[in-house]
Design a protein around this ligand. Structure first.
Ligand SMILES: CSC[C@@H](O)[C@@H](O)C(=O)COP(=O)(O)O
Length: 382
């Protein structure tokens, strides 16, 4: 079950609401999400008391973005465990709530494995639930630490790749604190550049059809005091042609073993533009986004979303997925069919570098990625 309540703003500043948090009120533990479908119009919290509510929140994009999906999935397993629901059922429903961001399944697996190991050892479901919660909390902390490391590595890379002076960075979708336990992935690098006086402008793609750029990245940029400008996705070409983009920084939902990068639809066209205009195209993602079990780009399952997201405009409140129509304002003739993949895949040869918390891979090859993953298993951060 999920409850929604608008935050009163009396006990804390509304902008301090974290994207996700675990709370233990007297009625029982809950997972509290900042409902991202309502941003930037209002900051409303969504309280989940069971896994089905969280699955719905994931599908409707109330909680979204690869790293945060991993954290949410792990907490979801813990929620099912502490509330005495069937943990195996919850884990499988959560892991398959959205198919493309591998972090979701990774987060679910981590908490589920901790639960099963503790249950096998002690036979005590309460202890096992505690182990699942601890695993979720650890993932949450690790992600915050990973954000900080990605920002450092990403900033150093920009210094290497770009001449000194203010950088003009183009980004797509939303990759800041709304998708992370910390300050995010690509956005964290832009933020670090801003804090050190190296960011001249953040160009923010609006990111059709659900406007994660306009609604969420612009919101985060405004909160952070970053100089930013919003553009329609199809204005990017003229921006490159005018020589106004020094680098593209994006996140990722899944990086295949060969270095193919799945990210929000519209990322691949930016890679094509970047290559034509000799501009670095940089992907920033934690190691948990690299999936050694997905061999190449063609093997990545790309989520297809309902057509009404394209045929109607509904921002700032995005309709719940799976409904016939979204209740928005139609912008196409009734009955229009829509092509609405949520992600696209950029081949490795078009990616200048992949920045992770364990270092930078450039050029992007399967060998270099495998080596980084092996190295990351030997090092614990956070
Ligand atoms: C660090 S976030 C990287 C990606 O998850 C992000 O760019 C993205 O594509 C999110 O898509 P969304 O459909 O909003 O979950």
């Amino acid at each position: 079950m999920a409850d929604q309540y608008a935050h009163s703003g009396e006990d804390k500043r509304p902008t301090d609401i974290p994207a996700i948090r675990w709370e233990e009120p007297p009625e029982g533990p809950v997972l509290v999400l900042l409902d991202q479908t309502r941003l930037p119009a209002e900051e409303v919290e969504l309280v989940c008391t069971d896994a089905p509510a969280l699955v719905e929140a994931i599908r409707s994009l109330a909680v979204r973005g690869a790293p945060l999906l991993g954290i949410a999935g792990a907490y979801g397993v813990a929620l099912a465990a502490v509330r005495g629901f069937d943990v195996d059922d919850a884990a499988s429903a959560l892991a398959s709530a959205r198919p493309t961001a591998v972090n979701l399944a990774v987060g679910v697996r981590r908490a589920h494995a901790a639960y099963q190991a503790a249950l096998g050892k002690s036979g005590d479901p309460g202890e096992a639930a505690g182990a699942a919660l601890e695993a979720a909390r650890r993932l949450h902390r690790e992600d915050a630490e990973a954000s900080a490391r990605m920002a450092e590595h990403g900033l150093a890379l920009l210094d290497e790749l770009l001449p000194a002076g203010g950088h003009r960075i183009l980004t797509h979708c939303n990759t800041g604190s709304l998708v992370s336990g910390g300050e995010g992935t690509a956005f964290a690098v832009a933020l670090a550049a801003h804090r050190t006086g190296r960011l001249r402008r953040l160009w923010v793609d609006e990111t059709r059809p659900l406007l994660q750029g306009a609604r969420l990245t612009a919101y985060e940029a405004a909160r952070s005091g970053i100089p930013y400008t919003l553009l329609t996705d199809n204005a990017a070409g003229s921006l490159f042609a005018a020589g106004e983009v020094d680098a593209v920084l994006i996140g990722a939902d899944r990086i295949a073993a060969d270095g193919s990068v799945a990210n929000k639809v519209g990322s691949y066209p930016l890679a094509v533009l970047a290559r034509y205009h000799h501009v670095p195209f940089v992907v920033v993602a934690p190691v948990t986004t690299i999936d050694p079990d997905t061999p190449d780009g063609a093997s990545i399952e790309v989520e297809q979303r309902p057509g009404h997201e394209v045929t109607e405009v509904t921002a700032p409140q995005v309709p719940v997925a799976g409904t016939e129509a979204g209740g928005g304002i139609p912008v196409a003739p009734l009955g229009t069919q829509a092509y609405n993949p949520a992600f696209d895949v950029t081949p490795p040869e078009m990616v200048t570098a992949i920045v992770t918390e364990h270092g930078v891979v450039s050029p992007v090859t399967s060998e270099a990625l495998a080596e980084l993953c092996a190295r990351s298993r030997d090092v614990t951060i956070g």
